[in-house]
Design a protein around this ligand. Structure first.
Ligand SMILES: Nc1ncnc2c1ncn2[C@@H]1O[C@H](COP(=O)(O)OP(=O)(O)O)[C@@H](O)[C@H]1O
Ligand SMILES: [Mg+2]
Length: 258
């Protein structure tokens, strides 16, 4: 099980699209996926509800900073992944999700505005790391990338974020009509018919490579083998009992509010 938080303080950067693509691909690999829709707009939950029970994708809404840790404990199961779709608000819920995830995934389009939103998330991550003395595994994914040319602004944004120490998911999310269509019809990208949606096969291949890279990033874990929440819950099998005995685990302080 892994918890992935998808965040960018800028709206429209491709968070919900990345959540839907990742959920689709992880569910196809045979695990259950729960989307924690932390955005009051509820677009990710709407999409998940239209995927149907056979998709193995469900959603939870009305998440608050008070209920997020309980949801994570309750949903903790080896054959399940959790993806949190955050709103653009740089608030307590975002900070908590970033502090408890195994990977903070930050979608960024090739625009200075998106890059600034990503840097705000990065600064929040650094603040949590400094206070909790933890490492948060994080990576940028370039989104809505033109499949034919890398624009100058995209290259600038990529270089700026790498300079700031943001790791990059190798496969960018390409601009594809199919990634918009999937929000307009029931089912996942695998239930759209190729004839109705141009380049569906390329969209699926891009989604597969993206999900593979995201999971590889979680498995290699950045500097740590597991994120703070993994250390707290998954390795020690203490789903509901509360924090483990190791005082140095940062999530213990988060759960205790200290
Ligand atoms: N890779 C992509 N290809 C095509 N359209 C995209 C892509 N990523 C995002 N979009 C479109 O951009 C808009 C904003 O994306 P969205 O995922 O809702 O961003 P956010 O959740 O960050 O606000 C939506 O209309 C979405 O359909
Ligand atoms: Mg969204």
């Amino acid at each position: 099980m892994a918890v992935i938080a998808v965040a960018n303080a800028k709206g429209g950067s491709g968070k919900t699209t990345a959540v839907a693509l990742l959920a689709t691909e992880l569910a196809r690999s045979g695990v259950e996926v729960v989307v924690l829709d932390c955005d009051p707009l509820g677009l990710a939950a709407d999409w998940a509800s239209r995927c149907g029970p056979q998709s193995r994708i469900t959603a939870v809404t009305d998440i608050t900073p008070g209920t997020l840790p309980d949801h994570l404990r309750r949903l903790n199961r080896p054959d399940r992944h959790i993806i949190a779709d955050l709103s653009g608000a740089r608030d307590t819920l975002m900070a908590l999700a970033l502090g408890l995830c195994d990977l903070a995934l930050v979608p960024v389009q090739g625009s200075a505005l998106d890059a600034r939103g990503a840097i705000q998330v990065l600064e929040l991550i650094q603040c949590i790391e400094a206070n909790a003395r933890a490492h948060i595994n994080r990576a940028v994914v370039l989104s809505r990338v033109n499949p034919l040319v890398a624009t100058r602004s995209l290259r600038t944004v990529r270089d700026l974020l790498m300079l700031r120490g943001m790791a990059m998911i190798e496969t960018p999310l390409v601009e594809r009509g199919a990634y918009r269509e999937m929000f307009e019809r029931p089912g996942t990208l695998y239930s759209l018919e190729g004839r109705q949606v141009p380049n569906l096969d390329r969209a699926q291949a891009n989604m597969q490579a993206f999900a593979r890279d995201v999971m590889a990033r979680i498995e290699c874990g950045g500097r740590d083998a597991h994120g703070p929440f993994a250390q707290l819950c998954y390795q020690h099998g203490i789903a509901a009992e509360g924090p483990c005995a190791n005082d140095d685990r940062p999530a213990r302080r988060l759960f205790q509010g200290g």
